[in-house]
Design a protein around this ligand. Structure first.
Ligand code: ATP
Ligand code: MG
Length: 291
């Protein structure tokens, strides 16, 4: 008999041995900025769990924590107390990016440049610097990325459209926007899109919104379906078919310095991030499109 426990065990087995589910390495290294100035929509959760999922499929992934809250660093089990070599010093040009790279506790192929609270001052300190919008891009030299040998770089943004987010948009070719399946989900999206358009027009012509991920979906509410339909109507096939369900396990994992894939590999949350990562990798819009 196919019991829920058997089903869960099967899911766990798939996560631990994703046979036949490996994804191809991208033709070109992909840099994705995970942005939405709305707070608490699942930017960090999606960044770390998609990164962990891509690693499960055999990729090497670098997460750049660009939020002074340092939540992505926490979730990856990476030290980020004040004074730790971090993205802050790299942006100011005091150290090279490579000197701030730490291995996550999850896997040697999951790397992280942590953010410390010092980054909170960067929005102001960067203002007077040369090429203030391109500080992050400057740290991501081909030589550094070749040395790190990463396939994907995911940048976790703070909940604002300030200079840190602009730096992330200048450094990437792709934007991934997580949208929470809740009331007011689309509020502020217009402003985000017009900022992306401004950056594209003036600072980074390669920039495009490649991926929309619906998060915290609660199938019991009509509202979740309304939001889902509206987002799909607007963004079409840029919206991943996989939707991330609302799940307590997903929210518990960072408390243990873990991604959902390490914390509860058999959970629906883990499976959904694995599915979303596979879709991201297969998405026709960016197959070999950008470096
Ligand atoms: P901020 O704007 O503050 O950086 P964020 O957009 O990065 O927030 P997260 O920190 O990822 O959002 O998520 C916000 C809260 O929702 C967190 O407490 C997180 O644990 C929780 N959360 C995220 N995804 C889920 C989910 N699928 N199910 C349940 N809780 C979730
Ligand atoms: Mg966050």
């Amino acid at each position: 008999m196919w019991t829920p426990i058997a089903e869960e065990a099967e899911r766990a087995a798939q996560v631990l041995h994703p046979n036949g589910r490996e994804i191809p390495r991208p033709a070109h290294r992909r840099v994705l900025t995970v942005a939405n100035q709305k707070g608490g929509v699942g930017k960090t959760t999606s960044t770390v769990n998609l990164a962990a999922a891509l690693v499960k499929y055999g990729m090497r992934v670098l997460v750049i924590d660009l939020d002074p809250q340092g939540n992505a660093s926490t979730a990856l089990g990476v030290q980020h107390s004040s004074g730790t070599p971090s993205i802050y010093e790299a942006l100011l040009g005091e150290i090279g990016l490579i000197d701030a790279v730490a291995k996550s506790t999850q896997s040697p192929d999951l790397l992280c440049v942590p953010a410390t609270i010092d980054l909170a001052g960067a929005e102001i300190e960067l203002v007077s610097m040369v090429a203030r919008e391109a500080r992050l891009k400057r740290t991501l030299t081909t030589a550094v990325l070749d040395q790190l040998d990463v396939d994907y770089i995911l940048v976790d943004c703070p909940p604002s459209l300030g200079l840190l987010t602009v730096n992330a948009l200048v450094a990437a070719a792709e934007v991934l926007i997580p949208i929470q399946c809740e009331y007011y989900a689309l509020e502020g999206l217009g402003q985000l899109l017009s900022n992306i358009e401004l950056v594209r027009a003036h600072l980074n012509t390669r920039l495009h919104v490649s991926t929309i991920l619906l998060t915290m979906y609660d199938g019991r509410t009509k509202l979740a379906d309304q939001v889902t339909n509206e987002v799909r109507k607007h963004f079409g096939d840029r919206v991943l078919r996989t939707v991330i369900p609302r799940s307590v396990k997903v929210s518990e994992a960072p408390g243990f310095g873990q991604t959902i894939l390490a914390y509860d590999p058999g959970s629906r949350g883990a499976m959904s991030y694995l599915d979303a990562a596979r879709e991201m990798a297969a998405h026709p819009l960016h197959q070999g499109l950008h470096r």
